[in-house]
Design a protein around this ligand. Structure first.
Ligand code: R5P
Length: 264
């Protein structure tokens, strides 16, 4: 790995080997989903607690202060929508020059293993890695799960390993039963998505289990920004990821912060 690429990666995955990424890229196919109707309003107070922000260039340009020190993981795949025919039909939406211009620390792209457009999305990943390697920009591959695909360890190991084999530097996948198998067979760091909004304590359990079983962190969205207390939520998740807090400790912290103004 070249110095520039390593340097960018080190901005995302901190010196303890862990990371709390804030995923706010959902609008690229979901539009103005709940909690992100006015992106700047939701994202701005959370920035100090995020190790990186995962978002699209549109939200970066319109809603994130230019003087932020928080590394940017730019979503560079898309071309589909929740009301369209096929979610897996994605292409690369951002050029490498644009990613450089936006000074991003990594680029993120979804692959859809087992879907109709598997081939296309895997070639998208390969192309992006080729471009990223030229300029020292790491690539995060998202193992997207279509309606027809399971979320079991067998499938997620397959998708994660393929992403790593094609050159992804970080893989984002889902937590599952037997998650340690997914981690063990994937030679690059794994972060987990939070998935649909679930009760706070359950989300802490998810993060805790994923970390305990080898994830290097979370790339969490809805369970933070759709919480009634997003700031308390992200701070409690940080305690799990960076301080090895237990589920009870995180929940206790969440409850103590949510009463305070900054925890709302
Ligand atoms: C899909 O919209 C994106 O890749 C999200 O970044 C990903 O699903 C993580 O967000 P959440 O924790 O809401 O699942």
């Amino acid at each position: 790995m070249d110095w520039g690429l390593k340097n960018r990666l080190s901005k995302i995955i901190k010196s303890d080997g862990r990371t709390v990424m804030l995923a706010v890229d959902h609008g690229y196919f979901l539009g103005p989903l709940s909690g992100l109707e006015v992106p700047a309003k939701t994202i701005t107070p959370l920035i100090p607690y995020a190790d990186s922000l995962m978002l699209t260039r549109g939200i970066l340009r319109t809603s994130i202060p230019q003087d932020t020190d928080t590394p940017i993981v730019l979503r560079v795949s898309g071309g589909n929508s929740i009301v369209g025919k096929e979610l897996s039909n994605e292409g690369i939406t951002v050029s490498i020059e644009e990613a450089i211009r936006l000074n991003v620390s990594a680029m993120a792209l979804s692959i859809y293993v087992g879907s109709e457009y598997e081939h296309q999305t895997l070639l998208n990943l390969s192309k992006l890695v080729n471009e990223g390697e030229k300029y020292g920009i790491p690539v995060l591959a998202v193992t997207a799960v279509g309606k027809e695909m399971g979320r079991g360890a067998r499938y997620l190991s397959l998708a994660s390993r393929i992403a790593a084999e094609l050159g992804a530097h970080i893989v984002k996948t889902y937590y599952c039963e037997g998650f340690e198998r997914v981690v063990k067979s994937c030679p690059v760091p794994i972060v987990i998505a939070g998935g649909k909004k679930i009760p706070e304590r359950e989300a802490f359990k998810l993060a805790y289990n994923a970390i305990r079983k080898g994830a290097c962190g979370v790339d969490m969205g809805r369970n933070i920004f759709q919480s009634e207390h997003p700031m308390a939520m992200i701070q409690a998740v940080r305690e799990i990821v960076h301080e090895n807090a237990s589920v009870d400790e995180a929940f206790k912290l969440f409850n103590s912060l949510k009463g305070k103004r900054k925890g709302k």
